[in-house]
Design a protein around this ligand. Sequence first.
Ligand SMILES: Cc1cc2nc3c(=O)[nH]c(=O)nc-3n(C[C@H](O)[C@H](O)[C@H](O)COP(=O)(O)OP(=O)(O)OC[C@H]3O[C@@H](n4cnc5c(N)ncnc54)[C@H](O)[C@@H]3O)c2cc1C
Length: 586
Amino acid sequence: MTIRKDVFANVDHEVDVCVVGAGMAGLLAAVAAARHGAKVVLMHDRPVVGGNASSECRVHICGADRHNTIANMRETGILEEIRLENLARNPNRSFSVWDLILYSKARYQEGLTPLLNCSCIGAQMDGARIKSVTGWQTTTQTCHRVCASIFVDCSGDAVLAPLAGAAFRMGREARTEYNESIAPEQADARTMGMTCLFSARKYATPQPFSPPAWAYVFDGDEDLPYGAGGHGWWEMGYWWVELGGESHAIHDTEHLRDELLKIAIGIWDHIKNRGSHGAENWALDWLGFLPAKRESRRYIGEHILTQNDIEASGPFEDVVAYGGWTMDDHHPAGFWAARLGSPATVFHEAPSPYGIPYRSLYSKAIANLMFAGRCASATHAAMSSTRVMGTCSSMGQAAGTAAAMAARRGLEPRRMLDNLGQLQQALLLDDCYLPRMSVKVSPLTRFAALSTRRGNGEPVRDGVHRPVGTDLHAWTASEGDAITYEFDESTEVSTVTLVLDSALEKNIAMSFHQADDQLRSLPACLPESFHIDVRQGGNWKEVARVSGNFQRHVRVPVDRPVEAVRWTLDRTYGAEQSRVFAFYVD
Ligand SMILES: Cc1cc2nc3c(=O)[nH]c(=O)nc-3n(C[C@H](O)[C@H](O)[C@H](O)COP(=O)(O)OP(=O)(O)OC[C@H]3O[C@@H](n4cnc5c(N)ncnc54)[C@H](O)[C@@H]3O)c2cc1C
């Protein structure tokens, strides 16, 4: 098919990095690449970004902290920045406000051009390299062609794999292929299914509900064992309204949507009209018409992450991301698995954290193709853990950072293995966590004389930004406390970097029903205001005063020669004490 140039518009783009798909993996990849100096296009087929986390699907971001059952394992970096902004700006947990926050990250990031409502439908090759990709933008009836040095596929469906001829897999590996005990004996094409979620709202008066004639009818609670049984009607949401694992997870989506709507409405009809569920005053508030997908194509990269890698905690030298969710392997029959007497999912234990290698984020055969998120290179078993969005975000930030660094150096992604230390340090300095790794603190920070008004300040330069085991890796400050670096002589300081206390030991989630201990507003221990003074010619002078802070990772420009730098905590959001995980001068 050729696009009629007299009818439709054509626009060409020339960039360093093109990211396809703006789920959490793609959004973070694009933002990270742009912040590392790359010119970036983010091509995304929906009007809102965030993929399954957006208002179109409303899936909650989970990760290695497993709703805080594993303390201090929350993903930091850009994801923490977004979640803290959501705590600050979205007290009602509105998905529209959340959409706006994600949209702002993509739309107003310098160096980043989002192409929304634009579906990637083609790739033009130059041998084993992608030269450009083509996208069709429905709102403008425009064909966009994006030439880039590096392409990062975060489409979930790995759309560039068949388009570029990269190796991929769909379905479950046989147990013997990678010696995975949780894999089926025979390989098959089955996947985890997709879901149309819904939510309800409570009113002061009874609310009737009349289902359309096409909805399924579930008369008794026994028809819905996952709802009334172990998972509860309200507590765990409706993730088990799942289909598609035994169909084609891409080409059958429209038909599966129809079936999912019949089931979802049938469940709501049951709750309202056919059982005793105390739902008289509840009304259907929202129903997702875009099925949220769990699994489709997965790339085969330089390394395929397996169950055994995860169980061994992923001790890779090229670790660039981490996970920690259980291997949460949903039954391919999804909703109908109950009729087979099977559970909707089996949670196979996994360590948290486990490392994810860089080699799982780039293609073996296509020289300039990277990927992140649920389509990264992992077996079905491993992906049943890595697919949660905290982990996808961690992979996305790593892939975007690597793509920008590779593009700047004129390297293929694979060659970044020769620059691994720099990639890992860039991620750590951006406040990503990499298990067992620490920041190589600059000589300026390391050799300065450190003093505090009280307590041991040394942990602020030990290079670890969170409590690990029994070690806090932090200096504990009260309001009015200060920490100072003094240099032997007047020294040019460009930036002060702080990693502050955002209560990683607590849970952050989008809705309030999930866990009682979750943060509903900014954590009390987070510094709301602080200031920075420098000493020049023996005199102290304030160079920055920050109030209304809601971030954990803060960079403050100083840009002058100084004899000493001092950071003072003025006020927290209510706690008596706050921990400082890093105070670096560069
Ligand atoms: C019902 C359900 C419940 C879940 N529960 C949780 C949970 O509680 N917590 C959790 O963290 N995870 C959960 N997951 C898993 C998680 O949502 C996914 O694994 C995750 O969204 C994958 O992130 P991603 O960024 O890789 O892809 P996605 O979120 O799928 O985003 C990819 C984006 O790329 C876009 N795209 C696709 N093709 C193209 C194209 N050709 N051109 C342009 N754009 C394209 C898509 O529209 C999509 O928005 C759940 C999944 C489902 C389905």
